[in-house]
Design a protein around this ligand. Structure first.
Ligand SMILES: [Fe+2]
Ligand SMILES: [Fe+2]
Length: 451
């Protein structure tokens, strides 16, 4: 059987790739994550892997790039390399797959690199009882098919004894087999694909839920719900006591989160894991960014932060319904070009800054000037549409928000494309987009923001 060297420190992905490559392409994966071991393997005379698959990063290290160099240095550049994830700086001719969970694509690429045809896959001989690593069963509640373990009697006869019947609970029984040192379980060959598929989906689900629920992410969830609740009610015109109270709670929590976080990393992780909508994520990230600007620019102070709290929470409130209807929508300025939006919905988009500014005026004890900052947050003085040239006829804090939102959009675009984020490039782009010197000054404060 051909062997693949899999370089990864992620247990879930290891199981996912190993089992799928084995079942579909008949490949055996050897998993390694220590660089010394990897160097030894690649340098060894008896190197016998047909290909190498590497996660792009292990920790902070561009592992894939190092692996690529080792291969080249040892004249093994003919060994196909596939990099999982797009943060590596390997040359563009090396295949990089952005979605770590797209197992189907991975199998396809592996098969192409190794000239394995669909026919080969079908024709491969498989034993009646197909071996599966026992840890594949860990994420399952019930066994999807009859499952066996292998015993060999003293006279060498191999027998398969049932451990789970179809639909039988996996836990806690599996633990006792594990304790006895059983590493492999068997299923009838015809069930191997459905089992692999089930486990794959389960692992992916677990992985998504896995992004450690930090205190921050719980706070953020509450605020997101709060925004939606407030958004549903402020249209009626009445700022009830409850709405005011809830808004204050949300604004304060948001400000707290932004103040507490040392860098953007945690925020990006919590907000880009698909859980939060774009509307909300971009407000929180822009809040962090704007707050960084205010901490650094000479005129920034506490009174600006107090206003920022209100602005962040309310500025896009009127877009909530549109984003709720089309959850895949992203960057605000693109909304009016989206064919799915009705004329009325486009009207809402165009006037959302103006509408929110009018609504906030009814909010009791709202700090002075918040309404005009909200009105100007897309660069037009009247709160209608999106500016194409950014002028000096708006308040400084509105400029901060404009720059912060533009930075956030570029940041999110980079992340969604799977590119490595380079702050200095983002800042340069901002300076081009906002050439007036008052904006340039603001943009340049972002050069030392911590990712
Ligand atoms: Fe916005
Ligand atoms: Fe907006």
């Amino acid at each position: 059987m051909s062997k693949v060297l899999l370089i990864s420190d992620n247990e879930v992905l290891n199981s996912l790739y190993s089992v799928n490559l084995k079942i579909y392409a008949g490949l055996e994966c050897d998993v390694r994550n220590s660089l010394e071991e990897i160097v030894d393997i690649i340098e060894a005379e008896d190197f016998n892997y047909s290909m190498v698959i590497s996660l792009c990063m292990i920790g902070d290290q561009d592992t894939a790039l190092l692996v690529y160099h080792y291969l080249v240095e040892n004249e093994r550049e003919s060994i196909p390399l596939i990099v999982m994830g797009k943060q590596s700086e390997v040359p563009t001719e090396v295949q990089q797959l952005g979605n770590l969970f797209d197992v189907k694509l991975l199998i396809g690429q592996v098969a192409t690199s190794l000239n394995i045809t669909a026919q080969d896959m079908v024709n491969r001989e498989v034993p009646d009882y197909y071996p599966m690593p026992i840890r594949l069963f860990f994420p399952l509640k019930n066994a999807p098919c009859n499952t066996f373990y292998q015993v060999r009697s003293s006279d060498g006869v191999v027998e398969y004894l049932t451990i789970f019947e179809e639909n039988e609970g996996v836990w806690p029984k599996i633990r006792s087999y594990l304790d006895e040192g059983v590493h492999v379980l068997y299923v009838e060959a015809k069930n191997r694909f459905s089992l692999a598929k089930l486990v794959t989906n389960q692992l992916i689900e677990d992985m998504n839920g896995l992004s450690e629920r930090s205190e921050t992410s719980e706070k953020l969830d509450k605020v997101e719900l709060g925004i939606e609740t407030v958004a549903e009610q402020i249209f009626d015109g009445e700022m009830t006591k409850e709405i005011v109270e809830l808004s204050h709670q949300c604004m304060n929590t948001l400000a707290e989160v932004i103040e507490e976080l040392p860098d953007l990393k945690g925020l990006l992780r919590d907000l880009t894991s698909n859980k939060s909508g774009f509307l909300y994520s971009h407000s929180v990230i822009a809040g962090f960014v704007a707050s960084h600007i205010l901490d650094n620019i000479e005129w920034g102070g506490e009174s600006h932060k107090e206003k920022l709290k209100f602005v962040l929470f309310f500025h896009d409130m009127h877009l909530v319904s549109v984003y709720k209807k089309y959850p895949d929508l992203m960057y605000e300025e693109n909304l009016i070009f989206d064919n799915r939006l009705s004329e009325e919905e486009k009207e809402v988009v165009i006037s959302h800054a103006n509408e929110a500014a009018d609504a906030i005026k009814r909010f009791p004890k709202c700090p002075m000037g918040v309404d005009s900052i909200i009105r100007q947050h897309h660069g037009t003085a009247n709160g209608l549409g999106f500016a194409t040239t950014y002028k000096d006829d708006i308040s400084p804090l509105a400029k901060v928000l404009i720059v912060a939102e533009a930075f956030t959009e570029e940041l999110l675009k980079s992340i969604h494309r799977g590119n490595k984020v380079d702050i200095s490039v983002l800042v340069e782009e901002l300076c081009l987009k906002f050439p007036k010197h008052t904006y340039v000054k603001i943009s340049k404060e972002l050069i030392n923001i911590k990712l």
